[in-house]
Every structure is written in C-alpha cells, then in structure tokens.
Design a protein around this ligand. Structure first.
Ligand code: NAD
Length: 304
C-alpha cells in the first residue's frame, strides 16, 4: 500500500447496501415461502441513548424487508421477568433473532440476561457459544461491529495476511472480536487498551488500525504510519460550531490529520455505523436459516 495525500474514504453506507443486495434474493425466497425473518429488540425501560440505535435497527430491518418488533418491558421489570420474556421469544418459532437493548436499568445483570438468548437467535453474537466459535474457527453469529470493521478493511483492498494490525480498545463487543477476526485472517495482531503504556508506539507501525474507545481525538496524525488503513469505530458527541448547545458526532480519530497519512479511512458518521446495522440484518437472516456454531463454516465469508 502506498502513501497518499488523498485517502480512500471507506463509505459505510455504500458497503451496507452492497451487503443487503447480497442477501436480497435469499430474503425474497424466505418471504415467498412465508418465512420472513423476524428481529425482536427487547428494551427494558426507556433509555434515551438507545432510541437512536433502535430507530436505526428498525430502518435497517424495513430496508432489508425483515419483520421488526420492539418489545418494551417496564423499567421496574425484575430479572425473573426479563428472563421469562426472553424464554418466550426463544421458544417462538416465528422469531429469528433477539437483541437485548442496552443499557439495562440499574440492578439488572447485563451478561446473565444476554446469555439467556438462545445462541441460534443471538444476532449480536455475544453468547459464549458464538464467541467460542470465533476462537475455534466456526463462524456463526458474530459481533456486528467487529464484523463491520473487517468488512470495511476488506473493502479497502488490503490483504490482512502477514500485516501488522493494531486494535485500540478491548471490549467484548468490539475490540476483542475484531482482534480475533483479524487473527483469523493471519494478521499479526496487537491489542491496546486503557493500561497500554505507549499506544502510539504500537499504532505507528500498524498497517491496519481499528480504534474502538469512545474518546474524541485519541488517535492523532503523528500516531499513524503513511499508507495505513484506519477504521474508526468510536462515536462521540462534541460541541458543534453551529451554535450553543448544538452537538455533532465524531469518532476517536482526528480525521483531518490522519486522513493526510492514511491510505484508507472510515468517516464518522457514515463509516462503521451503517455496516454494523447491515451485519445485524445479515445475522438475522443467518439465524432464520438456522445456523449453529457446530456446523458453521470454517471460512470467513462475510456476505453469504
Ligand atoms: P467500552 O467502553 O466497552 O471499551 C472501551 C475500551 O477502550 C476499553 O477496552 C478500554 O480499555 C479502552 N480505552 C479507554 N481509554 C483508552 C485509552 N486512553 N487508550 C487506549 N485504550 C483505551 O467501549 P465499546 O463498547 O467497545 O465502544 C467503543 C466506542 O465504539 C464507543 O465510542 C462506542 O460508542 C463505539 N461503538 C460504535 C459502534 C458502531 O456501530 N459504530 C458500535 C459499538 C460501539
């Protein structure tokens, strides 16, 4: 990959549409057979921060011609109550995929409840069975944002084999699975996190950087090598120039400075976000197919 002053902008909306079109014939066949995939989002209480995500999920499902249902439980729902609702959805053959919207009200155990979702309906790919599949190369339902990051790297044209890949952020939902997915492509992967002594020392030698932290401006121009591919997962609301109280969304990467050095970079918004929604729909179609880890493919076909 050569250095450039005009990087390739990795257009997440265009890639999301490409993914949708890959699956459209299969969705049509399912619909014609009376088996339209159905995604159920379970929300406990009403969390303002989650509303935008849920709107995006609903829009994504409509675009893909999947059924979407928002099941709202009261904010005072007990753990037993949420478990019961999830069990009912697990048992319902008409439900393909289940997503537990986060954050949950205080006092409810997030992981324990997420793990109540049957692995065959776990469209966020967070159940230990699905995450285990990622470790032993049986790729079933995988975490959507990590998948989106890999798809955008593929879109840049870089072949990960033998490349230095650095992930900044080591959450279960993004950083760790993104690292494992790049490892599955035989990149040499380094994972940085809050206790990493010198993040720049790692990112400076990276051919591919995936940043998922949630801190605006964390990755500056001097931290990136000429010609790197940069995937910015972060979403941060910062004050906008448009007037007092107005906010705008940025990623974790100083876009203006880093885009002068990168060969390819994702914008925020319009990069990882739309592809993440597409991967959620992809997972819903895979779930409707009945994919399970034990018979999932040992390759990483993202779009099939
Ligand atoms: P998280 O809060 O669970 O994890 C943050 C990670 O950043 C941790 O691993 C922590 O160790 C690391 N970290 C914190 N400060 C650091 C520092 N100074 N240097 C290096 N590492 C540091 O976050 P998450 O759920 O993985 O989300 C990360 C970001 O990605 C957030 O901004 C979130 O909104 C965004 N996100 C975007 C999408 C999308 O679809 N675009 C999806 C999920 C998350």
């Amino acid at each position: 990959m050569t250095s450039t002053t005009s990087p390739t902008l990795l257009d997440g909306r265009a890639l999301a549409e490409k993914i949708r079109l890959e699956f459209a014939p299969e969705v049509t066949t399912m619909v014609e057979a009376g088996k339209r995939p159905r995604l159920v989002v379970v929300q406990v209480g009403k969390n303002d921060a989650a509303q935008a995500y849920i709107r995006g999920q609903r829009r994504g499902a409509e675009k893909w011609q999947l059924d979407f249902h928002l099941e709202t439980l009261p904010a005072e729902a007990t753990e037993a109550g949420v478990r019961k609702a999830l069990r009912a959805l697990n048992a319902d053959d008409g439900v393909s995929g289940i997503l537990l919207s986060l954050p949950l009200p205080d006092g409810l155990p997030t992981r324990a409840l997420q793990h109540q979702i049957h692995p065959s309906k776990d469209v966020e790919g967070v159940h230990p069975e699905n995450l285990g599949g990622l470790l032993w190369a049986r790729y079933g339902l995988l975490p959507c944002t990590a998948l989106a990051s890999l798809a955008l790297i593929d879109e840049s044209g870089v072949d990960l084999r033998g490349k230095e890949a650095v992930v900044v952020g080591h959450s279960e939902i993004v950083g760790k699975p993104a690292a494992l997915l790049m490892l599955a492509r035989n990149a040499t992967v380094t994972v940085c996190h809050i206790d990493t002594q010198d993040v720049a020392a790692h990112t400076k030698r990276a051919d591919v950087i995936v940043v998922a932290v949630g801190k605006a401006g964390l990755i500056t121009g001097d931290m990136v090598k000429e010609g790197a591919v940069v995937i910015d997962v972060g979403i941060n609301a910062i004050p906008s120039d448009e007037g007092p109280g107005r906010m705008r969304l940025v990623g974790d990467v100083d876009f203006d400075a880093v885009s002068k050095k990168a060969a390819a970079i994702t914008p925020v918004p319009g990069g990882v976000g739309p592809v993440t929604v597409a991967m959620l729909m992809r997972n819903t179609v895979l779930a409707a197919r009945g994919i399970r880890v034990e018979d999932a493919p040992g390759q990483l076909p993202l779009f099939s």
